[in-house]
Design a binder for this molecule. Structure first.
Ligand SMILES: [Zn+2]
Length: 149
């Protein structure tokens, strides 16, 4: 048994197209060449079942991380992935605000930090829409950070 990566329909192993949505399963298996796109590593059923929970960390910040962790109880690889990405975004923005506070007298650093904070918000919005599409991509900027892999 396998599952359609797009809609999660359960399919026979020998089919090449999803009987429900028509997605080519071979094309989906190849997925993308983006090394930061981990979508193919997750079970399609896991993604479709836990999509809503995976959105929370991007919508509600650290509170969303905690709520998602409680709801998923560590049983969803997909949710765990997005919790890690959202945590990274939150940690990076916290570090930047600390640096900005320490270097507030320089004026230019707090301004740069403010712009960076907006970038982080944009990254969270992009990540949120990727979850809507059932994707698992590491957000830009933080994808080069090696902690919380
Ligand atoms: Zn399908």
């Amino acid at each position: 048994m396998k599952f359609c990566p797009k809609c999660g329909t359960q399919l026979e192993d020998n089919v090449t197209f999803c009987s429900n949505c028509g997605t080519s399963l071979n094309a989906a298996a190849v997925a993308s060449n983006d090394p930061f796109d981990h979508t193919a590593e997750f079970d399609a059923k896991d993604i479709s079942d836990n999509k809503v929970i995976a959105m929370l960390p991007y919508l509600m910040g650290l509170l969303g991380v905690i709520v998602a962790a409680l709801l998923a109880k560590g049983e969803s690889q997909y949710v765990s992935f997005h919790i890690r990405q959202a945590l990274k975004l939150n940690i990076v923005s916290m570090l930047v605000s600390i640096v900005a506070a320490v270097l507030a007298f320089t004026i230019i650093v707090p301004i740069a930090a403010g712009i960076f904070a907006i970038v982080i918000v944009v990254l969270q919005i992009i990540a949120f829409f990727q979850v809507c599409g059932g994707k698992a991509k590491e957000p830009a900027i933080i994808k080069n950070l090696n902690f919380l892999k």
